[in-house]
Design a protein around this ligand. Sequence first.
Ligand SMILES: N[C@@H](CCC(=O)N[C@@H](CS)C(=O)NCC(=O)O)C(=O)O
Length: 221
Amino acid sequence: MIELVQAPWSPFCIVQRRILEFSGAKFKITNLPKAYGDRSLVWKLTKGKYYAVPVIRDGAKVIYESGDDTQDIARHLDAKLKLGLFPVAREGEQSVLWRYFEHEIEAVGFKLNDIYWREFVTKADELPFLRHKERKFGRGCVDQWRAQQKDLLRQLEQLLRPCEQMLAHSEFLLGDRPLFVDFELFGMIGNFLYTGHYALPKSLPNLREWYRCMQTVRLVR
Ligand SMILES: N[C@@H](CCC(=O)N[C@@H](CS)C(=O)NCC(=O)O)C(=O)O
């Protein structure tokens, strides 16, 4: 059985979890008990090559991203479970879009989620969480994001507007069935909405409808 090693709020993990649910395949979820403080499980599985999540274990194979902009896990699931998420004719559009989602949208969405970090980080993980964030974004970064919350929400709305425009013309981003980029955007938004403090703006009705649909959509063979 396929095993997903994850942190439940991680945007990149939500992408793979939803793809697995969509596929209808049986799979097992393993949450890192201390997502920030202890990556030893991932380190062991990848034989000392990787410490981030998600990681997939599929029989003897362990799959993780080989680069910053790769989609090795999704491509593996797509090929193995025959999901049709990466049609060759849409490869170019998809690679432009997933970079926009992973870089621009994720960069604002995760800050808005992290404002509420004490609600999803365990006591034992508080110190490594804060250290992890402050080493990358500077001392007091989470307090700054809290102070900038309204502005960050406005930024996110602007960044999501092109998706709203795309969804005015089709049920999914690139047509009448979900492709990889639908799951990718779903993960970034799922991270933003994780703590339940936010909703997608009313000014983006097509996106709201698409998100509702993406929560439960299943593969039709
Ligand atoms: N491009 C990678 C990014 C994975 C990633 O950044 N994961 C975060 C969690 S959201 C992580 O584990 N970062 C390393 C760390 O926390 O030390 C992917 O799509 O899987």
